[in-house]
Design a protein around this ligand. Sequence first.
Ligand SMILES: Cc1cc2nc3c(=O)[nH]c(=O)nc-3n(C[C@H](O)[C@H](O)[C@H](O)COP(=O)(O)OP(=O)(O)OC[C@H]3O[C@@H](n4cnc5c(N)ncnc54)[C@H](O)[C@@H]3O)c2cc1C
Length: 497
Amino acid sequence: MTASRRARVAIVTKSTLDDGCTRYAQGGIAVAIGDDDSMQQHFDDTMAAGRGLCDPAAVRVLVEEGPARVSELAGLGMAFDADASGLSLGREAAHSRARIVHSGGDATGSAVETTLLRAVQAAGVRAVEHATVERLLLDAGGRCCGIACSCADGTTVVLRAPAVVLATGGASALWLDTTNPQTATGDGIALAYQAGADVAGLEFEQFHPTALAIPGARRHLISEAVRGEGAIVVDEHGSRFLLDDDPRGELAGRDVVARAIHQRLQRTGNTHVFLDCRPIGDRVARRFPSIFATCEAHGIDLRRDLVPIAPAAHYTIGGVRTDLRGATSLPGLYACGEIASSGVHGANRLASNSLLEALVFGHRAGNASLADTGEMPPSTPAGRAVQHRTTPSAAAHDAALERLRSEMTGHAGVVRDAAGLGTALAVSEAIGDEAEANGDAALHRAASVASLICSSALAREESRGAHFRSDFPEPSAGWHGAIAMQHQRREEGVRNA
Ligand SMILES: Cc1cc2nc3c(=O)[nH]c(=O)nc-3n(C[C@H](O)[C@H](O)[C@H](O)COP(=O)(O)OP(=O)(O)OC[C@H]3O[C@@H](n4cnc5c(N)ncnc54)[C@H](O)[C@@H]3O)c2cc1C
């Protein structure tokens, strides 16, 4: 949106324009606009959740520019839920105040997406659907100057541009149990890494504690806001157990709640525990209409029944390293949204800070790309722009991807250790080699990202936030920094020591 006001912009997506995580977002967008709230309080909560790894300057930008971006959405026609006293504000885990603005009860992501798509269409932005970006093009000086994509009809399209903004989302579909659509395989991370951009923080994958756990069904998210309204987590005997680990119980940070549930399941051998929404009463149907309808479709009435839940991979905290302007370490390449490692989440993302991050840093990346390139024409790619493509067998692709996911689930999940991560790394690398030999670029990207995740998780010999190592269960002052990696050069850098 920001860039389309002053430049010719094309949006390329490997599926349809409304594919991706955004439309699934339920809880809402965190902004400090309540009478009892302040930007400082939002800053403090975000920093505390990040367990010492947030970049304070990035968090400051996030909390200070959030209200303007939310007003902009309202100006574009997005209807936020409101009552007589103003916008209604939800409460979510580890936020010390009610500060989550939402739309349609629990349909905020869909409203954000519809609003923005309407606006970019009205602005005349060119949309290219079913085009998978296979490679970032670099000019002779190493500057990113466009993309090469493969289209559904088998053709390859090259788009040259003075600036490329990656907004390709996260990699949570690399685990079997995930709240994300299957397309969330971290493509952009692999593309940027391959082109030479720094990636960072990939050991931090956030597992959401309360995903619907019904065999064979999608892991629908049961938003944290449901616990914020009073729902409790109970075991097979109907007993609460989260208070054993943390006095905040259901409203402790996501990492704490996910780990407590994971450990309970490991101990009991059960596949799920339960969410009891009955304390919310009949209001639950009005406040969370989408979640209510999803559960109802599975024969669960939130007013009466317990909901089977288990943790699921949910949000990729690390990604392509960006600065405060949304620029990556590679000239001409910018990144925003879930793919970016902007420094706002540290070791643990605070609920509802990610749509906010996408809005705030997406705006900044748009402005930075315009400021840096001005009227610059796109430069000419060096080397071959188009690679020869072979068509891998769909069955072999699916089988190898399933193997990769099951390895990540078994060995790089909520609780990890060196032995398991080493195995997962070896399997990911072998699948990556096979994929390369078979010309399966999509599988090769997924396996590369899995390898990067395992390497980072192996390197961080401590437990912090979303990354828990059973062989190093405590945080360590020696690890007070970000692990950054660049193609051919993996280094342990310190962002904010
Ligand atoms: C169930 C659920 C609930 C959530 N609830 C909340 C919430 O309440 N509040 C909050 O702040 N956050 C929430 N989140 C997180 C938030 O929705 C995401 O972090 C955010 O929407 C990511 O937006 P994005 O634009 O970065 O990526 P996405 O919306 O995932 O979009 C990525 C796009 O990139 C395309 N793409 C990927 N690879 C390629 C390629 N190689 N070539 C071309 N195109 C490609 C995809 O097709 C897709 O269109 C939730 C997430 C989920 C899954």
